[in-house]
Design a binder for this molecule. Structure first.
Ligand SMILES: Nc1ncnc2c1ncn2[C@@H]1O[C@H](COP(=O)(O)OP(=O)(O)O)[C@@H](O)[C@H]1O
Ligand SMILES: CSC[C@H]1O[C@H](OP(=O)(O)O)[C@H](O)[C@@H]1O
Length: 396
């Protein structure tokens, strides 16, 4: 079967993907290739095309016009593919070694052709398998500081910043987060999914108006603040690693939002890695390194000079970093709760085979999630955060 390369969208097959890449001169013509669809995410097709003789190939990622995890009943804009590719290209200007190379973009077919990273491991998988990655905390901290600072009002002229806010308007993907992270888990919604053993705890969340008021405030921030271009879905399944390299992939949820959202998602997903392997304290050391690197790198970028004269005013930098910290804790709390009882779970918790241990880990996640939301303004240091985590792991 061959595909006509037209302006009309069609979802590719594995054979189509090879032909497409050959026609676009993305592969050498005088070789044979094999192609496998390897997408394990919730939304897209990911084709891995390699020479039949072996070795590195290319990745062809194509958005489907619906959410793959649910099916055609959940239509989804194809424009997200272009947002993802554009975010990767912009991020590459700040952190070229921390994002995959983009070889080709096709807006009509919602295709992005990317560097093949299959010799690396998805961070979530590597951590679940018991591996440790000494560089990853610093690399993610650097990624966060560089991408968030350089796309913010601190670094950009206000005209340029507002142009970028428009360019990265991503309402359909934001709506997924608004529903799945901030709303559904806090109400008795159909999308929720949790074990019966969690019911009592879940119902106490649904009945807790004080908690819901704080989540409402966090959701409002997500809806309205345009601090920087966020990755928007920065969990450990969005990071490739080996001992030497860290590569952040999959920014299809990119949009202008509150800086603490990206940081908080990283915090929560490292917490899940720790809850899976509570004997592996390095997961929390990584979390600490993410924050400390972020703090130092953001400070250095700020001190080098910014667009806004107010950034020279004493107290403004600590005020800003305190806001990022408090927001990160609150957003981490929402992520902890939604990945435990909402629609999209994480393998870190779901794959714990022993039933008692799994339920314990999930109860801890729910408890920590609630405390981070409620106490985000009174947890003032990384040490306090780590003590809170240790306390909950040993007492629930
Ligand atoms: N550049 C790449 N190199 C190798 N494998 C990749 C690459 N990008 C994605 N993958 C594989 O495809 C999977 C899904 O990719 P991802 O971008 O997370 O898709 P989705 O947007 O559907 O979540 C990843 O978990 C990884 O296994
Ligand atoms: C219906 S999308 C659910 C969920 O999936 C996205 O994550 P992934 O990167 O695994 O595709 C995102 O976190 C959404 O909230």
């Amino acid at each position: 079967m061959t595909i006509q390369i037209t302006n009309h969208y069609q979802a590719l097959t594995e054979i189509d993907a090879i032909q497409y890449a050959l026609e676009k001169n993305l592969l050498e013509a005088n070789q044979d290739y094999t192609c496998k669809e390897i997408g394990d995410g919730n939304l897209n097709l990911v084709f891995h095309i390699t020479p039949t003789t072996g070795g590195t190939g290319i990745i062809l990622k194509q958005a489907l016009p619906y959410a793959k995890v649910v099916g055609e009943s959940w239509p989804l804009t194809l424009e997200r593919a272009y947002i993802e590719a554009s975010a990767l290209q912009w991020q590459a200007t700040f952190v070229p070694t921390l994002v995959p190379k983009v070889f080709h973009i096709d807006k009509q077919l919602a295709i992005t052709v990317l560097e093949d990273l299959s010799n690396l491991t998805i961070l979530r998988t590597g951590l679940l398998n018991g591996n440790t990655y000494p560089k990853v905390g610093k690399d993610i901290g650097t990624f966060l500081a560089e991408t968030l600072y350089h796309t913010s009002d601190y670094a950009l002229h206000p005209f340029e910043k507002k142009k970028q806010v428009k360019r990265f308007s991503n309402p359909e993907l934001c709506k997924i987060t608004e529903d799945l992270v901030f709303t559904d888990p806090f109400f008795d919604s159909e999308t929720n999914n949790f074990e019966v053993e969690l019911k009592e705890q879940v119902e106490s969340i649904w009945a807790n108006d004080l908690l819901k008021l704080e989540v409402a405030k966090l959701k409002k921030q997500f809806l309205t603040e345009t601090e920087a271009l966020l990755h928007g879905d920065l969990h450990t399944g969005s990071v490739f690693v080996n001992e030497n390299r860290t590569i952040v992939i999959d920014p299809e949820f990119a949009f202008y939002g509150p800086i603490g959202f990206d940081i908080g998602q990283v915090f929560a997903n490292l917490l899940f890695a720790y809850l899976h392997h509570p004997e592996k304290i390095d997961r929390l050391q990584t979390l600490q390194e993410v924050w400390e690197t972020y703090y130092q790198s953001f400070t250095d970028l700020w001190n080098k000079g910014t667009e806004d004269p107010y950034t020279k005013v004493e107290g403004y930098l600590p005020f800003t970093l305190t806001k990022h910290w408090e927001d990160a804790l609150g957003f981490a709390g929402c992520e902890a709760i939604r990945r435990t009882i909402g629609l999209a779970h994480v393998a870190d918790l779901d794959s714990i085979k022993n039933q008692n241990q799994r339920i314990h880990a999930k109860l801890v996640s729910l408890k920590i999630g609630q405390r981070l939301i409620l106490e985000r303004k009174s947890i003032t240091s990384i040490q306090e955060l780590l003590s809170l985590i240790h306390q909950e792991v040993s007492t629930v």
